[in-house]
Structure formats: structure tokens, C-alpha cells
Design a protein around this ligand. Structure first.
Ligand SMILES: NC(=O)c1ccc[n+]([C@@H]2O[C@H](COP(=O)([O-])OP(=O)(O)OC[C@H]3O[C@@H](n4cnc5c(N)ncnc54)[C@H](OP(=O)(O)O)[C@@H]3O)[C@@H](O)[C@H]2O)c1
Length: 198
């Protein structure tokens, strides 16, 4: 597959803070490429958002090996710290996300800031046997996992379903042929806040 048809994301691990360019070059070598499409700070630093780190990511992006830069596991307040301190808004914030973690304020907060919300653990921290989810899935003749993927897309959220099984990878991506109604979206949104795990 030509490189231009792939969208590659990598993260700056905590051990890469202070040596950002070197860490990115290590990732590029491991991936066998000379640029990534998206480079993320894995999580905020203990003493704040990590404005100095963010400024170094901006410099590296401007030099070319990272087409876009963003963050992961940032709150809206921490996102604002970065934007205020650098005048560069992260392109993406990758956070834990699924119907059971839905938070309208967080979702709208990303929209209002022009930051793309990228959800992780769409299934692992979800309840695939939740009665509301199962009822909606059965109504469409789809799996609960497919309904979760579709729910993300209809909210304009990037979803990152992972599977080691070929048939599930195909099925999880096969969601173009149905649409959740406004009522169904609302019922799924209303499951937000019911997640009780860690
Ligand atoms: N930024 C961060 O801090 C952070 C943290 C955690 C994860 N992530 C990223 O988020 C992505 C996904 O995370 P994840 O692996 O934690 O969670 P996930 O995609 O929610 O869950 C993966 C699990 O769900 C199962 N699964 C997949 N399709 C299924 C289906 N149709 N029905 C039932 N089960 C299904 C998989 O099993 P099988 O393999 O057996 O299908 C696997 O055990 C990864 O790319 C990961 O790197 C980011």
C-alpha cells in the first residue's frame, strides 16, 4: 500500500519528554517511514499540561516529520493551557470514550475548540451486553460493537476499535449500511456516566 494511503499516528512516551526529536526519529525508524501523520503527547505531565514539551512539538511539526500534532488524556482545562501558552490548538485529543463514558460537556468542549475527539477503548471499557445497546443492535440486525462504532461516527468522533481477529476487524468497519436515529443516539448518550470500572 502506498504510504500516502496510510494515516500513521505515534505518541511521544513520557520517557521522550526533553528529547522529543530523538524520540520521534526512533518511532520513524521503527515504522520505516520519514514522517507521521499525527504525533501525540501521551498524557499531561504531573505538574501541568507540559507547555514546554508542546512548544517543542510545534517546532518539530514546523520542520516536517510530523504533519499534525495533538495530545492524549488531556482535560479541557489542560487543552486550554496549551492553546493559551502557545497559540497552537492541538489537532486531536485522544481520550477514553464510549457510550457509557459519554459526557456532553466534554464532547461539546472539543467541538467548540475545534479539537477532534479521538476515542480509545470503544469496547474494552463498554458493556457490550447492555440491554439498551443490545435492543438497538437487534433492531438494526447489527452487533453491539457495530452500533458503538456507528455512535462514534454520528457524533463526529474518531473511533479506534482494535481486534486481533480478521473477521471482527472487517465487521467493526462495516458500518456504512445503517444509521442510528436521533432517538437511538439519545438513548445511547443517556448511558453516559454509567460506567463503573476503573
Ligand atoms: N491513549 C491512550 O492512553 C490509550 C490507552 C489505551 C488504549 N489506547 C488505544 O486505543 C485502541 C483500542 O484500545 P483497546 O485495545 O484498549 O480497546 P478496544 O478496542 O475497546 O478493545 C479491544 C478488545 O475488544 C475485543 N473486540 C474487538 N472487536 C470486538 C467485537 N466486535 N465484539 C466483541 N469484542 C471485540 C478485542 O478482542 P479480539 O482481539 O479477540 O477481537 C479486544 O479484546 C488501541 O489502538 C490502543 O493503542 C490508547
Amino acid at each position: 500500500m502506498p504510504r500516502g494511503q496510510l494515516f500513521l499516528t505515534t505518541k511521544l512516551p513520557p520517557a521522550g519528554v526533553g528529547r522529543e526529536l530523538e524520540a520521534l526519529h526512533q518511532s520513524l525508524a521503527a515504522l520505516g517511514t520519514d514522517y507521521v501523520d499525527l504525533w501525540l503527547i501521551h498524557h499531561p505531565q504531573e505538574d501541568g499540561a507540559g507547555l514546554e514539551t508542546w512548544r517543542r512539538l510545534i517546532e518539530v511539526r514546523d520542520a516536517g516529520p510530523a504533519r499534525a500534532i495533538g495530545v492524549s488524556n488531556f482535560s479541557l482545562e489542560r487543552l486550554d493551557e496549551l492553546a493559551r501558552g502557545s497559540r497552537v490548538v492541538p489537532a486531536v485529543n485522544q481520550i477514553r470514550w464510549n457510550p457509557f463514558l459519554f459526557d456532553r460537556g466534554v464532547w461539546k468542549g472539543h467541538l467548540a475548540r475545534g479539537i477532534v475527539l479521538q476515542g480509545y477503548t470503544p469496547f474494552r471499557r463498554a458493556y457490550l451486553d447492555d440491554p439498551v445497546l443490545v435492543e438497538i443492535a437487534e433492531g438494526h440486525g447489527r452487533s453491539p460493537a457495530q452500533v458503538i462504532v456507528r455512535w462514534h461516527l454520528q457524533h463526529g468522533v474518531i473511533v479506534m476499535p482494535r481486534s486481533a481477529r480478521r473477521e471482527r476487524i472487517w465487521a467493526n468497519a462495516d458500518v456504512a449500511g445503517f444509521e442510528l436515529s436521533g432517538t437511538e443516539m439519545g438513548r445511547l448518550d443517556a448511558r453516559g456516566g454509567t460506567y463503573r470500572g476503573v
